[in-house]
Each structure stands twice: as structure tokens, then as C-alpha cells.
Design a protein around this ligand. Sequence first.
Ligand code: HGY
Ligand code: MN
Ligand code: MN
Length: 479
Amino acid sequence: MISTFTLFHSFIFFLYLLISTPSRASLFSGIETGDLEKKGDLFPQILRDEAVARLHELGKVSDASEYLERTFLSPATTRAIDLIRKWMEDAGLRTWVDEMGNVHGRVEGANANTEALLIGSHMDTVIDAGKFDGALGIVSAISALKVMHVNGNLQNLRRPVEVIAFCDEEGVRFQTTFLGSGAIAGILSATTLEIPDKKNVTIKDVLKENSIEATEESLLKLKYDPKSVWGYVELHIEQGPVLEQVGFPLGVVKGIAGQTRLKVTVKGSQGHAGTVPMSMRQDPMVAAAEQIVLMENLCKHPEEYLSYGGHCSDSSTKSLSSSLVCTVGEISTWPSASNVIPGQVTYTVDIRAIDDLGREAVIYDLSNRIYQICDKRSVSCLIEHKHDAGAVICDSELSSQLKSAAYSALKRMEDDIQDEVPILMSGAGHDAMAMSRLTKVAMLFVRCRGGISHSPQEDVLDNDIWAAGLATLSFLENL
Ligand code: HGY
Ligand code: MN
Ligand code: MN
């Protein structure tokens, strides 16, 4: 836990170096909300008050009573789908739910035959999640379109706009990630529907429980024609501390780190904790422990560990060590009793880096070393690749449009804003990664308290939610 925290902060320091903005006093934090409300055309009731209320309402739609959890097509997700659909209709959008469980809300605007802007984020959550991860992008897009709707401007949109609430970005249940955006981008493999969860229930079974008879063909039909799409834009909480540090509510994303998820299974010899001598054990738990500590060392100091086989230079090793983060977030043992030497230990590995070649080199090296430890300890190892996504660079033109929209929104809220909107990299994964396989993508980040995310402590200032909605509105008005 502590080591992951430290790694995270070294990565964040790297991101901080990428920022092009001088620091300044915190925008909005010292502003009396009443002063802002006196300005016209800022729509605080829709873009702030209603958006905040909706985020809190959606944050209560959970499969667990004590914390927030919504996984792929769970009962809470189906309730969330109804709620999001109702909000989309309230914003004047035509809605439908597709055969993967994504919710769509679309308006054709003035030129129905032009390529559409897709805008959205995900409605699923991690376990014990915050209210804003994913939800903020969906709610802000709907709020901005609602402002246009109540002002009678939806039909003036220069191109069709479609909001999509994606069904599975976190990959909590099936370890896949991007089931929703992947289907629309057409990058899911033919065997996706057969992927099982921990109880051996497959994606196909879950769809069937929700009255969706999915087949390989129906999955293929979900793919959008690239010619019908202009671009994809996603607004998301930053999930890091940089915007807070520089005192800016919004930032434009330059690119997203690539990521790989592995599942490692270590099998040993199950036995009695009191009778098997230490020298005679084949204990998968200590093998896993050794592997996890090795992973931490390798990811902290890749330059000392990696034998690149000639495909990485010194400079790429340096850039790798500044962005590389590795995490074991889930571990389970069988049979999991204090007086039993486990028969099997399974754990996940999440590896991310900006540099794809470097990430591949780390996975290659780590895998070899995991197998070596298993040989040394006479246990068996299996490493499965559950997810791979290459790093993504956001489209520069679309990003500049988002940057101008963010700037003009902030200017509308505070006249004397002079600084540039910050540019930063994302260590977190987003649906934009999958959508980049279909169309050009750009992202806007919103400041969050303490950079905390994937935690119930996740928080965003009400006025920053307002700024996010206003920036989306500015972007839509200038499509
Ligand atoms: O894990 C991630 O990066 C994202 O929050 N799904
Ligand atoms: Mn997340
Ligand atoms: Mn997210």
C-alpha cells in the first residue's frame, strides 16, 4: 500500500514536469458563489446545482449497502441505466441502450448527415468507489446539452452529438476493461463473450440475464462506422493532485499511459501448518510474496533490472523509470485458513507506462523472474494476460478546441484569468483509449480534492463541476 503510494507520487511528479502552466492562486476557491451567479449565461442551476445533485444521486446507486460498487450489468447498473436515460431524455436527447448495455442519447442538430461528435465516460465503478470517476463526464455532457435544450439551441448544433455512458471501463468483474467502448470501437475479440468471472459466469450469461441474446455477430454490429464519427471527447476527474497544486480547475490531457493487467497463479503443496517442516514445504504464498517484492524493486529501478535485449536506449530507460507504475491490488489464497499452508495463491499485476516498448520489456523481464522464483521454490506458475492497451496520444486539434473551450468557460466565470490551461498526461486508463481505435480523441481533466480517486474520499468542488459543464457547453457551441 505504502510503496504503491510512493510510486504513484513519483509518477505524479513526472506529470508535474510536463505541465506548461505557471502556478497561481486557486481559481474559484476564494470566490463568493453569489458573485458568479450575478453574471449572465452561466446557468448555475443546471450546470452546478442539478449536476451536483445528480452526481450524488448516481453515487447512491450501488450493489453494496455500505459503499459504492456498480459492475458490468449488475442490478445497480440497470438502475443507473434507467436514471441516466431519464436525464438524457430530459435534455432533449433520443435514447437507447445497446446490446452491450451502453446507454446512448443523441441529437442530430442542424446537419444530420455530418459526422457525429461522441462524448461520454463510464457508469461502472471500482469497489468502494468515489462518486465522480466516470459519472462526472456523463453528467457534465448531459447538463451542457440540457442548457442548449432549454434555450432552444439543440437544433443549431453544427453536427450530431451523441452522449454515451459506457457499461464497463473499470473491468472489475471480468478483468477486461472497455467492454462498452471496445464494442463501439470494434476492438473486442471474438471470444470476449466467453470470458468468465470468478464464479464462472460469462459475459454472455450476464447479457442473457439482462434479456440480451448476444452473439459474435451482434457484437460486431455494435461497431460504429469510422466515417460516421468526427471525434470522441471525454471529461474526467484528474485522479491526481496536479491541477490542485497549480490552482487550476481544468486541464487538457496530452496522452494516456499504456497498461497491462496480468493474473498470476502460483500452485504449491497444500498442507498442515503445524506438521510440515519448513524445509519440506512448497508454499505458494511465500513464492508470491517474493515475486511481489521483486516486482516493486524492478518497477522502482528498471534501469538496474532490465536486460532490454538491445531494443531500448538509455534515454528510454530514464523516461520509463519516470512513468512506470506497478501494482498488486488483488490477492487470494486457497483454502485461506490460518492453520493451512495454501495450495494456491492468485494475484493480479497492473503495469502502466507512457512508453509501450518499455512496458513490454518490463512484462517480459518480470515474467521470466516470476518463473525463476517458482522453479527455485518448486511451485508451479501460470501468468495470464488479461488486458493490454497501448499508450494513446490525444489529437492536437481537438485538444486545442477543448483548451479554448476550457479557457473561455473559465474566463466567463472569472474575468481576470490570464494563465494558460494546463496540459497533463494521464496515468489512469479511460474509454478514450478504446475510442482512439475508432476516431480522434481528446480529454479534459477536472481538479479533484487531494488527487484522491478510487476511494470514497474522492471529491470535486461544486464550482469545478460548474466549470466543467460550462467548458463542455462552450465546446459544443463552437463545434
Ligand atoms: O484503472 C484505471 O486506470 C481506470 O480508472 N479505469
Ligand atoms: Mn476508475
Ligand atoms: Mn474513470
